[in-house]
Design a protein around this ligand. Structure first.
Ligand SMILES: Cc1ncc(COP(=O)(O)O)c(C=O)c1O
Length: 456
């Protein structure tokens, strides 16, 4: 049993929905699943040329389904899949599962040329995907053959379960940045009672700006070539481990849009910092890799995220680039000047009250994004136009009031559509992602939650 902290959802908790709104399997979903590799069927981009019509179509298509609905437009998904592939320029994209959280969607992505491997966020999740997840590229048996866990784990139960499953362990790589994490793994399952476990070293990719300090994610303590070599030598010197990869996540580049800070001159300043940070990272990474390749046979060097696909594609040392959130195109990416994904996914909530002529209240809505708190973490109401969250209540756990001149035209039972700040987190609120194509529901794909899995 994988993901033991998440017992299967009882039938009573599962929204009873057919696989499609009309109860049949959609033609394009078919037995082979969703085809995300086909070119978008529309020449224009309705989300740009007629954004209100775009959301209205999604709303009309999902009318028969109960809210909350997490839905995505197939053409917009295909546009994003193709655009990420273009930006990666031939370097394989390792799919960041935290930004997807649906096995059928991961499966669909991994069947598109240019996408290979999963960047998972949890050991129990990685084990599940390796044993029973999406396969790709002519894999000889079910399950994903290449799952890199992006973060260290202290989940001894999950590590022990992985260590007891030789086939899955050969497909999963664990992340470390400290010898103490090797001790934890040994405590979960001693080297004598497990196959060698594959490990990857996370190298700190943050930027150290004079007078400002650390810009980027506070994750790995391994920064210098000396620190990296000492840890690599420790790994290869210990029984039960195999050093196979290196990862650097440039959060201050991939995760921050240059248009997102609205102070005058801030965008230019940010771009300057990102350039300096990138140059520093490329040079330091090269030194580290030169040393580490003398210590171990590295199979892969992972870097980046959706926001830094093209930069990482230019570095010949990078063998795969992690990206996921660009598929759904959450509103975080409205703040980036160098690319613009389609707003492929949104969530629809039911209007249940009218506290005043210019206010309607939705059921639910507090789908607030993780990260440093600020207005940019709030969901954005996108349809019908002209509605805004109220300053006093924001997006509430069970009730979300929205104010706007046109609120009077909205009836109770109507839907309001929102975009989330991030990509994968909405999937924690729903059992299915509804795929809309050409004005009707094509398929309803279970999220991790819909499959009774809850990892973080
Ligand atoms: C290690 C790592 N790589 C890559 C990413 C980028 O993921 P995405 O492109 O889905 O935003 C993240 C996001 O937090 C991450 O933690």
């Amino acid at each position: 049993m994988f993901g033991q902290r998440s017992p299967p959802v009882g039938a009573a908790h599962v929204r009873s929905v057919p696989m499609t709104a009309n109860g049949t399997s959609g033609p394009e979903a078919g037995v082979d699943g969703l085809d995300l590799g086909a070119p978008p069927s529309t020449i224009d981009r309705p989300w740009e040329t007629d954004p209100q019509g775009y959301w209205a179509t999604i709303d009309a298509a999902t009318h028969a389904l109960d809210a909350p609905i997490f839905a995505a437009d197939l053409d917009a998904l295909r546009y994003n899949v193709a655009d990420m592939r273009r930006r990666a320029a031939g370097t394989p994209i390792r799919v960041a599962s935290k930004s997807i959280r649906s096995r059928p969607v991961l499966d669909a992505l991994l069947r598109v040329p240019g996408y290979a491997g999963v960047l998972a966020y949890d050991v129990a999740e990685a084990h599940w995907l390796a044993a029973d997840g999406p396969s790709f590229d002519g894999a000889d048996r079910p399950g994903c053959p290449d799952v890199l866990v992006a973060y260290p784990s202290a989940d001894l139960g999950a590590i022990a379960a992985l260590g007891a499953d030789e086939a899955a362990a050969s497909r999963v790589t664990l992340m470390i940045d400290d010898a103490a994490q090797l001790d934890l793994i040994d405590a979960a399952v001693p080297p004598s009672r497990r196959p060698d476990l594959r490990v990857c070293i996370d190298i700190d990719a943050s930027f150290r700006a004079p007078g400002i300090g650390v810009i980027g994610a506070r994750r790995s303590p391994v920064r210098s070539r000396e620190e990296a070599s000492v840890l690599a030598a420790t790994v290869v010197g210990r029984k039960g481990f195999r050093l196979v990869g290196v990862m650097t996540y440039d959060a201050q580049i991939a995760g921050v849009g240059d248009l997102s800070i609205r102070r005058p001159g801030a965008g230019a300043l940010l771009r300057t910092m990102q350039r300096a940070s990138w140059d520093e990272l490329v040079a330091r990474r090269l030194e580290i890799l030169t040393d580490l390749r003398r210590i171990a046979d590295l199979e892969f060097v992972n870097g980046g995220g959706t926001g830094s696909l093209e930069r990482n594609a230019e570095d010949p040392n990078i063998t795969d680039i992690a990206a996921g959130s660009g598929l759904y195109g959450p509103h975080l990416f409205d703040g980036y000047s160098h690319f613009q994904p389609a707003p492929a996914a949104g969530f629809g909530l039911a209007v249940v009250r009218r506290p005043a002529e210019d206010i309607v209240t939705c059921h639910g809505g507090g789908w607030i994004a993780s990260g440093a708190m600020g207005d940019d973490r709030l969901p954005e109401p996108v349809w019908p136009a002209g509605l805004a969250l109220t300053g006093r209540e924001g997006a509430g756990e069970v009730q979300t009031p929205l104010r706007g001149d046109r609120a009077g035209r909205i009836s109770l039972g109507d839907r309001v559509w929102f975009r989330h700040t991030k990509a994968g987190e909405p999937a924690e609120h729903v059992t299915h992602l509804t795929i809309v194509s050409d004005g009707s529901v094509l398929d309803r794909l279970p999220t991790y939650r819909g499959e009774g899995r809850c990892f973080l």
